[in-house]
Design a protein around this ligand. Structure first.
Ligand SMILES: CC(C)(COP(=O)(O)OP(=O)(O)OC[C@H]1O[C@@H](n2cnc3c(N)ncnc32)[C@H](O)[C@@H]1OP(=O)(O)O)[C@@H](O)C(=O)NCCC(=O)NCCSC(=O)CCCC(=O)O
Length: 327
């Protein structure tokens, strides 16, 4: 596993579906990422059978989809050779994950070809699947055929505020409604193992209708290093589900999301990258209707190389809220 690289659904917690690690996580910034020491560090129970535990659980009290995908990818990647990397995965979330019990991951070796290997992973709780996931791996092959979109031009992460700083700024506003203060304080206490710097922070006081497009810098909290480049894809799988579906809601600031859950998730990995270094996540929702929304995303290395593409459909049930209050 080594290759070097140079380089809940409450109303508007979704537009701020961003981590706000305080306390222990913020202090452990320079230590090894909790994602690799805990969340993605599966216990091997038998051949192709693993057990994963939880770290951060969203307020919906169902397991975070990114955690399940990341763990499924760890399990699948353990069954392929050193220089074989995941190039795509396709998952369905078929049941809500229960945060009270661990998740079992059962890997089926579907085929090992000369260039490609395919694995099927079932995530199981209480004897039933919560996620079904197909992962395809590819041995690195050179090709003269190459192209990619260009990375959007945005300020570098050094020029932007972290979510914690943004929230502190909102909290210091004297006219902030009590309900908003409580919501933001809860967000600050969340221990999400990801750091985020929004390019266009949400205007929480005067929610404006925005295009269903978002841009933010993101990286795993803590150090991962170059030792295991496969692990960076698993971390990216975790990260890619965060604040993704919320893109759909940006155009509907007057709607309270009563029920939001991702139905499926797909990813394509294009180039090697470090998930503990800042990457730009560009997300957009091309469609919403029938209580569902579709989102597409691109993860860019900061040197402009397209690292991964993602797509997800989710169920989104909303109700209209009064917008005359401050939050
Ligand atoms: C998607 C579902 C819920 C589908 O199952 P289902 O039995 O068909 O469920 P359902 O009928 O849709 O009911 C679910 C819920 O929706 C309610 N409902 C149903 N129809 C309506 C309606 N017309 N109006 C208003 N409410 C309705 C039902 O009463 C259910 O509510 P309940 O759960 O009983 O409180 C299920 O397969 C499931 O739970 N899959 C797992 C989804 C998941 O856990 N995904 C990963 C986590 S979500 C995530 O990580 C996104 C992060 C967001 C972010 O940070 O950006």
């Amino acid at each position: 596993m080594s290759e070097k690289v140079s380089n809940e659904t409450s109303d508007h917690s979704m537009d701020f579906a961003v981590p706000a690690g305080s306390g222990a996580l913020a202090e452990s910034h320079d230590l090894r990422s909790i994602l690799v020491t805990s969340v993605l560090n599966l216990e091997k129970l038998d051949i192709d059978l693993y057990r994963g535990t939880h770290h951060w659980v969203p307020r919906s009290r169902r397991l975070f989809g990114g955690q399940i995908i990341g763990q499924a990818l760890v399990a699948a990647a353990d069954s392929v050779g050193e220089n074989v990397f995941a190039h795509s995965l396709h998952c369905y979330f078929v049941r809500a994950g229960d945060p009270k019990v661990p998740v079992l991951y059962q890997v089926e070796r579907i085929r090992d070809g000369r260039s490609f290997s395919v694995r099927s992973v079932k995530a199981i709780q209480h004897g039933q699947p919560i996620l079904i996931c197909q992962v395809s791996f590819h041995r690195d092959q050179p090709s003269p055929l190459q192209h990619q979109f260009s990375m959007p031009s945005v300020p570098p992460p050094e020029d932007l505020l972290t979510v914690e700083e943004l929230i502190q700024g909102y909290l210091s506003k004297p006219d902030l409604a009590e309900k908003a203060k409580q919501g933001l304080t809860k967000l600050l206490a969340d221990e999400v193992p990801i750091e985020i710097k929004p390019v266009n922070p949400p205007d929480i006081q005067y929610r404006r209708v925005r295009e269903p497009k978002n841009l933010f810098w993101v990286r795993a909290r803590g150090h991962i290093g170059e030792g295991d480049m496969k692990l960076h894809r698993c971390v990216a799988a975790y990260v890619s589900d965060y604040s993704f579906l919320g893109t759909t809601l940006l155009s509907f600031p007057g709607q309270r999301a009563n029920f939001v859950a991702s139905l499926d998730h797909a990813m394509w990995f294009h180039n090697i990258f470090r998930a503990d270094q800042w990457m730009l996540y560009e997300t957009e929702s091309s469609w919403a209707g029938g209580s569902r929304g579709l989102v597409q995303g691109r993860l860019w290395r900061r040197d402009g190389v397209l690292a991964a593409s993602c797509a997800q459909e989710g169920v989104i049930r909303v109700s209209t809220v009064k917008t005359d209050s401050k939050l």
